[in-house]
Write a protein that binds this ligand. Structure first.
Ligand SMILES: Cc1cc2nc3c(=O)[nH]c(=O)nc-3n(C[C@H](O)[C@H](O)[C@H](O)COP(=O)(O)OP(=O)(O)OC[C@H]3O[C@@H](n4cnc5c(N)ncnc54)[C@H](O)[C@@H]3O)c2cc1C
Length: 477
């Protein structure tokens, strides 16, 4: 029920009464895909709410992932699964095929193709443009640094001391910058040749074509960088280091669906889940179905399986299995995979399994000491530039974010048992440290990684965004 307020009105000496509907305000912190799509659903589901969307650093709606200006940065999810709306699965592919300027992508297999993320960014920009003009939506371009809760309202404070009062609060803060490498002496990290944020392009502009570069990490961000370096004609040596030296696997050329086997793995322990997956990979191979199809059939259920695991199993997964699952699940489009293999064969790219142990900054370059994984040896590299490509920070305790610290201190949010994000109900309603729902406070996206594990890609986020909006509107009505 919307609150109805009686107003006294004097007409020709008489007092008449009528009611006005008090509009509820919903403030969303973070205007990437998650925050913006939540705002769109809120505005569509009710004409009695106002939305205030606070965003900083990355472009509205596109966020980190889709604001790249580089055509070689591809989606890692097939276009057919990238519609912004779960109920309209062809929304994105239909949009692309209606655009003559993207004619080169109008192939019959577009649903299975990996298109440039830049094109996806344009899609998001276009689909949100009308909604962003809505007079019930206010966009605040600033960083939220604090929140106070009093008298049933939240007051969000931005870095320029703007105060925004709201009835509901949605946290959609997305991907936090990678954690810095753990070094005894971190002073070299203050060198201008060390780049802590891999999602800005300033590094590429500063690199000379024959220098050598160290990319810390060997996942999808590293691949983005390598492809950009090659596209820019970089001829120098590229090192990539990660604890295990695993590279993302490639997607399969063959697109064959593998039958769903959720019932077999739901509610089972980690060991049993993985034995089932391995046995299905073997069965698939007997039928000439690639292992990728088995992973793809598990992928939509990863959240359900994760939520059924014990805390111990979740910890085991994080320590021992996460990287294997990561390379199998976060796969590369075939062309990108082929290019990376070619660069490794030519020797331009060297992927090292080990840990960056120490770093010296000498004049304009670095001496990097890598403790190798398999042998008791340390490899020394001389490199001109270093980029941290380790992926978003997932250790919640080590986050250096004023907003998160303040919310934790006030017990408006609490870290989940694995310290990867916050405790919440499956609806996204935040829980405090006593596991009590915090009134009118919701979260989605990466913040729910500990709860749902798979909560960072569009196929999951679009569902979360719609659910959070429905929960809020449902609680008002
Ligand atoms: C390089 C890269 C490539 C990816 N590729 C794909 C892909 O191909 N397919 C796929 O499905 N997923 C992909 N992802 C996952 C991607 O994270 C999601 O698809 C989606 O973009 C996440 O959106 P988000 O809104 O949750 O977070 P983000 O995009 O990170 O947006 C969060 C926004 O909130 C802002 N913000 C944070 N804190 C505050 C604050 N205190 N005050 C104000 N604003 C704040 C941030 O600055 C940012 O603008 C990729 C991720 C990365 C990093």
């Amino acid at each position: 029920m919307l609150i109805k307020t009686a107003i006294a009105w004097s007409v020709h000496g008489r007092i008449s009464y009528f009611y006005v509907l008090e509009m509820k305000t919903i403030c969303i912190i973070g205007g990437g895909f998650s925050g913006t799509v939540t705002a769109i659903h809120l505005l569509q589901k009710s004409s009695d709410v106002r939305v205030k969307l606070i965003n900083h650093t990355y472009p509205l709606v596109k966020g980190v992932a889709y604001s790249t200006g580089r055509m070689e940065h591809l989606l890692n999810v097939p276009a057919g699964k990238m519609s912004a709306f779960a109920s309209l699965p062809d929304h994105f592919t239909d949009w692309v095929t209606a655009k003559p300027e993207y004619k080169q992508f109008h192939f019959p297999t577009i649903r299975h193709s990996f298109l440039p993320r830049m094109i996806y960014g344009k899609y998001l920009e276009e689909l949100s443009a009308e909604h962003l003009k809505n007079e019930r939506l206010e966009i605040i371009r600033s960083k939220a640094v604090d929140v106070k809760s009093a008298n049933g309202k939240y007051v969000i404070i931005t870095e320029n001391d703007h105060r925004i009062e709201s009835d509901f609060l949605v946290l959609a803060t997305g991907n936090f910058q990678p954690a810095p490498p753990k070094l005894k002496d971190p002073s070299a990290l203050s060198s201008p040749n060390y780049f802590s944020n891999p999602w800005t392009n300033d590094f590429i502009e500063k690199l000379k074509p024959d220098e050598s570069v160290l990319l810390i990490g060997s996942g999808l961000t590293m691949v983005d960088y390598v492809l950009t370096l090659v596209a820019e004609g970089f001829r120098g040596k590229i090192y990539s280091v990660s604890p295990r030296g695993y590279l993302p696997e490639g997607h399969s050329e063959q697109v064959t669906a593998y039958p769903d086997f959720l019932e077999e793995i739901k509610g089972k322990g980690l060991q049993s889940v993985f034995s089932s997956i391995i046995s299905h990979v073997q069965k698939a191979a007997e039928k000439n179905i690639p292992w990728q199809s088995v992973i793809d059939s598990v992928r939509p259920h990863a959240k359900t399986v994760w939520m059924g695991l014990s805390r111990k199993d979740k910890q085991q997964f994080i320590s021992h299995v996460r990287h294997i699952w990561g390379v199998a699940r976060h796969r590369l489009p075939l062309d990108a995979h082929k290019k990376i293999r070619e660069l490794m064969q030519s020797g331009q790219l060297e992927v090292i399994g080990g840990r960056l142990q120490a770093l010296n900054s000498i004049n304009d370059s670095f001496e990097a000491f890598i403790k190798l994984r398999r042998v008791q040896d340390v490899k020394t590299l001389a490199v001109s530039k270093i980029v941290n490509c380790t992926g978003p920070q997932i250790n919640f305790n080590e986050l250096n974010e004023a907003l998160v610290k303040s919310l934790l201190q006030q017990d408006l949010i609490s870290a989940d048992e694995l310290k990867m994000g916050i405790r919440a109900l499956p609806s996204g309603n935040a829980l405090n440290s006593k596991a009590e729902p915090v009134p009118r406070l919701y979260a989605l996206g990466s913040l729910l990684r500990g709860l749902m594990w798979e909560t960072t890609a569009v196929p999951d986020l679009r569902v979360n965004a719609e659910n959070v909006a429905a929960q809020i509107i449902g609680s008002i009505d």
